[in-house]
Write a protein that binds this ligand. Structure first.
Ligand code: FMN
Length: 228
């Protein structure tokens, strides 16, 4: 084959990729993340996820959405009350640094940036994901911003990671996990590992957050790596 007959294949390949991605190719590693949190137990995992993305220079923008129930759980588990300076208080500092790239969006604002497929979000993580939010996402009920942003992720074929937490699971939960996975989401249950002997809850939560970030293309340099 001559070089002139081989060259046309490169642009065709790009066009096929673009079509598969619905006309938008997410950045890899992701630069623009959507992180949502809902009323399941596990606020400490969210804290470590936000700390990691705040530190990670590859991540330029984070749109953060908390459901009302997430606030209720955060009051129990992190001792945080109310919404004022929520991100700063989750991170444990004034929030001025975080405010530069982690922007809180209201769950009631279905006109926020991430509600539209035209907004260039690269990936979305729901940490933790309640079975109520799972049910709404799995069944296309997009009344509030979290479910709408997840719905957009699925329709635009962008990564969507659902860190579902409930135990035990009933058949409705299991069916909804299947439906979400079938529609393109990654069901990433909030189940930490123990083979690296975490010395504290913080270490356990940090390693789990790192596993989720690695899954969306943001491996962390200080993550535990199994050597066999
Ligand atoms: C302290 C506390 C812990 C909870 N833990 C869970 C849980 O682990 N998983 C879950 O699905 N729901 C849990 N719930 C119940 C949810 O918060 C509730 O179903 C809520 O309606 C979910 O709303 P959201 O999906 O809009 O955040 C918990 C509630 C409270 C107050």
């Amino acid at each position: 084959m001559t070089s002139s007959s081989a060259t046309p294949y490169a642009p065709q390949f790009e066009v096929i990729l673009l079509c598969l991605a619905g006309g938008f190719l997410p950045n890899h590693p992701p630069r623009n993340l959507t992180i949502a949190t809902t009323g399941a137990s596990g606020a400490i995992f969210l804290r470590h996820l936000l700390l990691a993305v705040e530190r990670d220079a590859r991540v330029e923008t984070v749109n953060f959405i908390a459901s009302d129930s997430a606030l209720r759980v955060m009051a129990e588990e992190l001792g945080l009350k109310g919404r004022s300076n929520l991100v700063g208080r989750i991170l444990g500092h004034s929030g001025s640094r975080a405010a530069l790239k982690i922007k809180e969006q209201s769950n009631t604002d279905i006109g926020a940036n991430v509600a539209s497929g035209s907004y260039p979000a690269d990936a979305m993580i729901v940490m933790p994901c309640s079975v109520g939010t799972l049910a709404r996402i799995a069944n296309g009920v997009a009344a509030q911003l979290i479910e709408r942003a997840a719905d957009v992720s699925l329709k635009e074929k962008r990564p969507l990671v659902l860190c579902v937490r409930e135990t035990p699971l009933n058949k409705i939960h299991i069916r909804n996990m299947y439906r979400a996975a079938d529609a393109g989401a990654t069901v990433f249950p909030l189940i930490p590992a123990f083979y690296y002997h975490p010395a504290s809850l913080d270490e356990m939560a940090r390693e789990f957050a790192y596993r989720v970030l690695a899954h969306v293309g943001l491996p962390q340099a200080d993550a535990f790596r199994w050597k066999g």
